[in-house]
Design a protein around this ligand. Sequence first.
Ligand code: FAD
Length: 391
Amino acid sequence: MEFSFTNEEQTFREDLRAFLRNELPRGWTGGREDWDNDVFPVAQQMRKKLAARGWLTMGWPREYSGMGAGPVAQAIFGEEMLYHRAPGRDQFGLRMLGPTLMLFGTEEQKREHLPRIAKGERLWCQGYSEPGAGSDLASLQTRATRDGDDYVVSGSKTWTTGAHRADWMFLLARTDPAAPKHKGITFLLMDMRSPGVSVRPLVNMVGDHAFNQVFFDDVRVPCTNVVGETNRGWYVAMALLSFERSGVEHVGAARRLLDDITRAARETLRDGRPLTADPIVRHKLAERAVETQVARALAYRVAWLQSKGQVPAYESSVSKVFGTELNQRIANTGMQVLGLHAQLEKGSPRAVLDGVLRSYYLYTVAPTLYAGSSEVQRNIIADKGLGLPRA
Ligand SMILES: Cc1cc2nc3c(=O)[nH]c(=O)nc-3n(C[C@H](O)[C@H](O)[C@H](O)COP(=O)(O)OP(=O)(O)OC[C@H]3O[C@@H](n4cnc5c(N)ncnc54)[C@H](O)[C@@H]3O)c2cc1C
């Protein structure tokens, strides 16, 4: 593995940082979810500006509306965006669907969708989970029945992030109910404006409206919107999941949260001395700082493997588990170090870090669940990484 960045990569990181410092609204403390009412208008503006520079999809090959800069540059983009808590990526389109279409899509699908993702014109959401199918995704019951040149889709998806904002959804539906459960599933692209699609909001425990339940009432989807082969959508779905788990975003978020907590600990006096004068506080912060560097190395290793044309499997899981659980440990450390005022909400005069730590403390549970829970990632690592026997 190469441990240093190229000159081009360094320059890009600096350009992006300067851009974010200039373009983010003054006093921006960040929004966790682009889809929430407070954040969405800023996300739309930022997305257009990033797209105009070609940065949204700069890692993509040139023939697919990218800049050919490769997976490491794409990872730098993700890390800096999350460090600055900057809205405007369409993670479902650019990090998940785009690379999947490059592998499995028809020429027509690539021509139709990839340029629109690159320009930030078409937002996507992910229709995998259902009320009875999360970790055991192959239990999904949404049906797609062939009728002439269309599939007719009925059923429901849940925890669908951004469904209330998205233009299109990629989803999994059962096309052969008689087949073994992994073998009768097809990967479809659906226009969210199709008649029969309805979206119901679900507000999370932080108070954000990011995810939803989506219902399909005999929605017609043209057969040309099947990605890969009919009934073999499981393989397409798993390739997409490996892209989803392989981001360096958790590391950007972790570095920023730790920097904020460390700064607050330096500025907070107890008995006339900063909290950081306490050796226990220093030790805790140092431990988290070391772990953050480990998480960063794990995440860039995944991007590096991708840049060598490999498809990381358990390596993405290692990075995801370590990065997401690290965010939880950092938020926890912040709560311990900064004390009871850290529990106060934004707007309270005594709130620590304007309530940011409080909301991240609650929010950092979510990434250990989505894209496959930590328990499920550990099963993958045990099986595919360590070669341990299945229970
Ligand atoms: C913030 C957020 C956003 C999300 N966004 C989306 C989205 O946009 N699109 C989408 O399709 N889904 C989305 N999800 C759903 C997410 O992918 C599922 O929540 C996740 O896959 C877990 O499934 P589940 O909730 O059904 O839990 P379950 O599968 O019911 O699991 C419950 C518990 O049992 C454990 N468990 C289950 N099976 C095993 C096993 N084999 N071995 C060990 N432990 C096991 C799990 O780890 C978990 O702790 C989102 C979830 C969250 C929290």
